[in-house]
Design a protein around this ligand. Structure first.
Ligand code: PMP
Length: 347
């Protein structure tokens, strides 16, 4: 049985480890340590299982209305996916031709982008970020079918300046997707670029996985010009959002205050742990996300393994650009105290 050449050669995306044993402090996949809105619990309790007899709404009208209301656009400007990873996969299918199309992205960034290009069997072009991982404008003659731009970036936690991003989107000849998975933890965001009536080439994507504490539900969306949204609708599975995702996702979107309260708690933890690590000699980048990207004053990989042996999971990305750093998701204060205690037990 033949397997496609590109699939045979593919190094698939490796998600952060989901431990099987109990007692692990999980700071490795940027999940939210606090529960989602109580409205999600109510919606789950009130869910009539007999409704599952019917196919779910293929165009999720209620969710799109609410998302449009939150972001100041029309439902026609909203697409929803089974997690934002599904939106990304559909994006590469709708806007990048194979084999000649090119996907651009920064390096380092969300490592799925390169895998998606390999799955599509198209070209890819990575633009290296400077050593401090701050914004660098792609060269004026840079051309690609599409550009995937995470802001704030992952795994670096760094936010790019709004005006630079806007200027890039305006001059880029292809389609841009600004992946704002972590934007609720940041001071600014780029949603206005997507909703600007002059905009024809930019989508802004969000997820309920991080700030809304719903990684296990699978709900992501993007906002942008109707022509681009229509293209995504044309190629999606008919029922890509099941009834649970639609019902519980909507409940979460109807309770922004509880999401914001959790974000506030994570901000407080983030600044406390930033200070605590800097006092211990770490280089900590200024984070606009729910995680820190930080270089310890010792070998990062050895420390990663020491933490793991002590039941604390963080993320380590080997390689010349990222290998000196650990990515540490902000947990509860108790979890972070334990993290610091384990660090101190080694020194
Ligand atoms: N974009 C970025 C930058 C991420 O870090 C993640 C989480 N791995 C995603 C998108 C995907 O999130 P989800 O599919 O859970 O919405």
């Amino acid at each position: 049985m033949p397997i496609c050449r590109n699939v045979e050669a593919l190094a698939g995306y490796v998600p952060g480890e989901q431990p099987k044993e109990s007692g692990i402090i999980k700071l490795n996949t940027n999940e939210n340590p606090y529960p989602p809105s109580p409205l999600v619990g109510e919606a789950l309790r009130d869910f009539d299982y007999r409704k599952l007899r019917l196919y779910s709404d293929p165009v999720y009208v209620a969710c799109r209305q609410r998302i449009a209301e939150i972001n100041g656009c029309r439902p026609e400007n909203v697409f929803v996916g089974n997690g934002s990873d599904e939106v990304l996969a559909l994006f590469t299918r709708a806007f990048v031709e194979t084999p000649d199309g090119t996907i651009g992205f920064f390096d380092p960034t969300y490592s799925l982008y390169s895998v998606l290009a390999d799955i599509r069997d198209c070209q890819k072009r990575a633009i290296p970020l400077p050593d401090d991982f701050s914004w660098v404008a792609p060269p004026p003659d840079f051309e690609a079918s599409a550009f995937l731009l995470t802001n704030p970036n992952a795994p670096t936690s760094v936010q790019y300046p709004h005006e630079e991003v806007r200027a890039f989107c305006r001059r880029f000849p292809g389609i841009v997707l600004i992946d704002e998975a972590y934007a609720d933890f940041a001071e600014t965001n780029c949603m206005d670029i997507a909703t600007d009536s002059e905009n024809t080439n930019t989508l802004v994507m969000r997820t309920l996985s991080k700030s809304f504490s719903l990684a296990g539900l699978r709900f992501g969306y993007c906002v942008g010009p109707e022509r681009l949204i229509d293209a995504l609708f044309k190629i999606k599975d008919s029922y890509n959002m099941d009834w649970f995702s639609q019902t519980l996702g909507l409940a979460a979107l109807n309770d922004l205050p509880s999401m914001r309260a959790n974000v506030q708690k994570i901000h407080a933890t983030r600044s406390r742990i930033t200070d605590a690590l800097r006092q211990r000699g770490w280089k900590v980048l200024d984070s606009q996300t729910n995680f820190l990207f930080a270089a310890p004053p010792c070998d990062a990989k050895t420390l990663f393994e020491y933490l793991k042996a002590n039941k604390i999971f963080v993320r380590y990305f080997p390689g010349p650009r990222t290998g000196k750093f650990l990515r540490i998701t902000m947990g509860t204060d108790d979890q972070m105290d334990r993290f610091l205690a384990v660090l101190d037990s080694r020194e």
